[in-house]
Structures are given as structure tokens and as C-alpha cells.
Design a protein around this ligand. Structure first.
Ligand code: KG4
Ligand code: ZN
Length: 340
């Protein structure tokens, strides 16, 4: 069985992971850049790529050492090709290809979105195909009908902000720091639902598209109209904001499963770490007889293990990277994530 070095550098973290056997993680090292970007209230792309350059060699060395794997024992490299920040992607992509070239082993470029959806295969009892997945992160909010590890049909997506982006922007408005999702998750546990009221952005209830920018503006307007509520009602404000996001996400994911007659649903991406979203989805899905698959919190955010899983399946299917392959910042406009 193959030992695959996974490398993911699409945004602000450098996490390479050597992996052996199907879906078994040997080690996972993440070099976080939160401290670097914190003072700017968001990711600064140029800083992110410079930090990746500094981190990539030591992080790979640490990952191999922790795994007890020598370079010669690695059979292949799987590296994120896109979508993401081009400068950041280029660091991991160039390193991964050079590493594979030097060792004379195959490598393959992987979609970051395929990676997130495949993070459920790193857990025991993964879903059976076909299933419906909600990918909810800082860059994406989309529902897919997942037919295989690398064939996913898009059912709907956000028309403006991703849910994680809305969390981060609301946190910034309230001076809660970056990244905002975790802080809001924590603070919302202290708030009282219903004290403040925000709309639920369902759009059309029968469709699977999302929109979060109106909700974000509703929070901004509320803060402007009620300056006296800041900081006193911050927990109530973020509780209501979170309830609005979570309600729409859970509703649409369950509707999508019903539409496709799937018994298995998956929740993946950085926002899948949210405690309220995890618990509400489990409860709502149980009422509908659906089986819910959510990765452990450390596999929700960007990680290289998920990239290695996709690489494993791509390589098994005979796909290998070509030397003229390049990174890409956005997904091509297509309803199917079949090929990169
Ligand atoms: O998947 P990810 O690590 O990177 C992207 O591909 O975007 O997701 C990052 C996003 C950020 O917007 C962050 O605020 C959000 O995930 N996030 C959370 C939580 N943890 C991370 N949002 C809500 N609740 C959380 N606990
Ligand atoms: Zn991601």
C-alpha cells in the first residue's frame, strides 16, 4: 500500500501529511499563520506566500520525522492545485513537484474542494456513495451530490459571501479578532437567542443556493442603529447571527438529501467545526432518518490528509501530474467537479 505525502498550501496554513494505507494518517503537521494575519483582521496574500516559503521545508521534515517515514519510503506526492491564493498555492505546488522529481516518484495535483469533501473518509464509518455534502468554509459554501471520490455534481452555492467569510466579517465589525468563526462559536454559547432579530436568508426554499451578504449587512445596520448595545449585547448579536446561518445551512442540506434520495449526508470545511452547526445538524437529521458524517474538528479546517486521500484515489485511477500543469485560483464554471 502506498505512502503518500500530502501538501496543502491554498491559503494561510502549511500542512503536509505523510499518509499510509487507505485513509490512515501517519502524521499531520500544520504551520498556522494566525499570529501573522491577526493584526490585519484577515489573510494578507503576499504575507501568506512568504510565510509558506519559510515553513514548507521544516514542516515536511517534521511531518516525516513524526511519522517515522524516510524520504525513500514515500511512494507519491499529492498537492493542492487550486482553488486558492495563487502565490500560496505556487509554494506548495512547486515544492511538491520538485520533491517528487528529486525522488523519481509520481505526483498529482488535487482540488482543494475534493479534499474537503474527502475528509470524511479519514474517519471511521465513512458515507456510502452517492451522498450529499455541504462544504462550508471561508472561501466556499456549496452543496454537492457526491458520486465518487472525485466526481461531484454541484447542487447549489453561495451567490455572494461564503458562510465562513460572513463569520469573519461579523467578528471584524464587532472587534472580536481573526479568525472570527471560532470566537463567535465560543461567544454564542453565552448569548440568549431571540433578544436580537436577524432575517433567515433562505432565498428560494426549494433551491440550494445561499446568500449571506444581506445577513452580514443586517448585523452592520443593527450595530450602527444600536451603538449602546456594543459591547453589552455582543453575545446576543452573535447568537442570533449564528442561528440564522446554521438554520439555513441545516435546512438546505437536509432538503438536498431528500431531493437526491440519499440516506447519507456530510458536513465538511472550516465552518463544519462550529459546535452549534454540528449539534443542530445531527438533531435535525436524526428526525429524518439520515446518517450524518462530520470529520473531527482538526480535519474540518485546511489539512493535507484530505489532499492525500484524493491523491490516493487519483493515482489508483491512473491520474498523474504533468509538468506543464499549473495552479488555479478559481474553479472553472461548471456544475461538475469531475476533472480539475
Ligand atoms: O476550510 P478552511 O480552514 O479554509 C478555507 O478553505 O476557507 O475554513 C476557514 C473558515 C474561516 O472563515 C473560519 O472563521 C471558519 O472556517 N471557522 C469557523 C469555525 N472554525 C473555523 N466558523 C464557525 N465556527 C467555527 N468553530
Ligand atoms: Zn479549505
Amino acid at each position: 500500500m502506498r505512502t503518500i505525502l500530502g501538501i496543502e498550501s491554498s491559503c494561510d496554513e502549511t500542512p503536509p501529511t505523510p499518509r499510509v494505507h487507505r485513509e490512515k494518517i501517519l502524521s499531520s503537521v500544520v504551520s498556522s499563520q494566525v499570529a501573522v494575519h491577526h493584526r490585519y483582521g484577515g489573510v494578507v496574500p503576499e504575507l501568506a506566500s512568504r510565510k509558506h516559503i519559510e515553513a514548507v521545508v521544516p514542516v515536511v521534515e517534521e511531518a516525516l520525522e513524526t511519522a517515522g517515514v524516510s524520504r525513500k519510503e514515500i511512494d507519491a506526492v499529492a498537492v493542492t492545485q487550486g482553488p486558492g491564493l495563487v502565490g500560496s498555492l505556487l509554494v506548495g505546488f512547486s515544492f511538491g513537484r520538485a520533491f517528487a522529481y528529486a525522488l523519481g516518484i509520481p505526483w498529482v495535483g488535487v482540488s482543494h474542494l475534493h479534499g474537503h469533501v474527502n475528509s470524511v473518509f479519514l474517519e471511521a464509518d465513512p458515507p456510502a456513495f452517492p451522498f450529499v455534502a455541504l462544504l462550508v468554509s471561508g472561501g466556499h459554501t456549496a452543496i454537492y451530490h457526491v458520486l465518487s471520490h472525485t466526481h461531484m455534481e454541484l447542487m447549489g452555492q453561495t451567490r455572494d459571501d461564503a458562510a465562513g467569510e460572513a463569520y469573519d466579517k461579523v467578528a471584524k465589525m464587532l472587534d472580536l479578532g481573526y479568525p472570527g468563526g471560532v470566537v463567535i462559536d465560543r461567544l454564542a454559547a453565552e448569548g440568549t437567542p431571540g433578544v436580537v432579530k436577524f432575517p433567515r436568508p433562505f432565498l428560494d426554499k426549494s433551491q440550494f443556493d445561499f446568500s449571506f451578504s444581506g445577513l452580514k449587512s443586517a448585523v452592520r445596520r443593527y450595530i450602527e442603529i444600536h451603538p449602546e448595545d456594543k459591547p453589552f449585547k455582543i453575545p446576543d448579536i452573535v447568537t442570533e447571527f449564528q442561528e440564522a446561518v446554521v438554520e439555513v445551512l441545516c435546512y438546505k442540506l437536509i432538503r438536498a438529501a431528500e431531493e437526491k434520495k440519499c440516506r447519507h449526508i456530510a458536513l465538511v470545511g472550516g465552518v463544519a467545526a462550529n459546535s452549534r452547526l454540528r449539534s443542530k445538524l445531527r438533531r435535525d437529521a436524526a428526525g429524518k432518518g439520515l446518517s450524518v458524517h462530520i470529520p473531527s474538528v482538526d480535519l474540518c479546517g485546511d489539512n493535507a490528509a484530505m489532499i492525500a486521500v484524493v491523491g490516493y484515489h487519483d493515482l489508483a485511477a491512473g491520474k498523474v501530474g504533468r509538468w506543464d500543469d499549473d495552479v488555479f485560483s478559481r474553479m472553472p464554471i461548471t456544475n461538475s467537479l469531475k476533472n480539475l
